[in-house]
Design a protein around this ligand. Structure first.
Ligand SMILES: Oc1ccccc1-c1ccno1
Length: 242
């Protein structure tokens, strides 16, 4: 997978040389390039923002540098990337979208700052490539860089060969529409608290059932919205009686 990121703070992405993402880049699974938006400015002050039409506080990112950056990184006529624009006004970023993005050959991230990017940039881009405005949640950040780091980690870990133990994707939170069950490791007793006996029973059927029940209970308690979204067949008949 090829990933291009455009930002006025490219140094935000230094952490992407670390850990599993760093290994994915070294192995060639992930080809990542970070670009400074100011590369596509032509004035002495390398200006990227201006005051908003209609008034109001703050500044808006000018369309000209973005237009040139997106044309440089997604040249007309080539296979277009999918443009991801983190914004508080975007669609929720979910594990399902992470899986969708992990199947894309080329992602292009536009990191907005200030009050956002002139909307015409996204409208013009949409005439040439798929554009997804995405939100991490109902809160406001200084800019899109942190959101891109989160999205990149969620997507990269789904790429083939990145996670050593592929099985760990099977039962993690959101893998089957539920939150994951509590996890334990040695010692069996720690500060007087004992690991649930069933987990040390060796009975894999009982262990699987316990973990599913715990996952369901956690989801009901913490994320009832996820329960409402579960397809009926996901709820065991015994659970329906509950
Ligand atoms: O608050 C933001 C500012 C710029 C770009 C993205 C965001 C954001 C907030 C939540 N998800 O994304």
């Amino acid at each position: 997978m090829r990933v291009d990121v455009v930002s006025i703070f490219p140094e935000y992405f230094a952490p992407l040389d670390l850990s599993l993402i760093g290994r994915a880049r070294a192995s060639g699974t992930l080809q990542l390039a970070v670009h400074d938006l100011r590369t596509w400015t032509h004035d002495v002050h390398r200006t990227v923002d201006d005051t908003p039409y209609g008034g109001g506080p703050g500044m808006v990112m000018r369309p000209e540098p973005w237009g040139e950056a997106l044309e440089a990184l997604a040249p007309p006529g080539g296979n277009p990337p999918r443009l991801l624009v983190p914004t508080p006004a975007g669609a929720p970023f979910t594990q399902a979208l992470a899986h969708e993005l992990a199947a894309e050959p080329h992602l292009l991230f536009a990191c907005g700052r200030y009050e956002g990017i002139d909307q015409r940039v996204l409208e013009h881009a949409a005439s040439r490539m798929p554009v997804t405005e995405v939100s991490l949640g109902d809160y406001v950040l200084f800019g899109g860089e942190v959101a891109v780091l989160v999205i990149l980690e969620a997507v990269t870990r789904l790429l083939p060969g990145v996670l050593g133990n592929v099985g760990s994707l099977d039962d993690e939170s959101h893998a089957h529409g539920l939150l994951e069950a509590p996890m334990y490791t040695k010692p069996a007793v720690w500060r007087g608290q004992e690991v649930p006996t069933v987990l040390r029973s060796g009975d894999h059927g009982k262990i699987a059932r316990w973990r599913r029940d715990e996952a369901l209970a956690r989801t009901v308690a913490r994320r009832p919205d996820m329960i409402a979204a579960l397809p009926p067949e996901c709820l065991d008949p015994r659970d329906r009686a509950a």
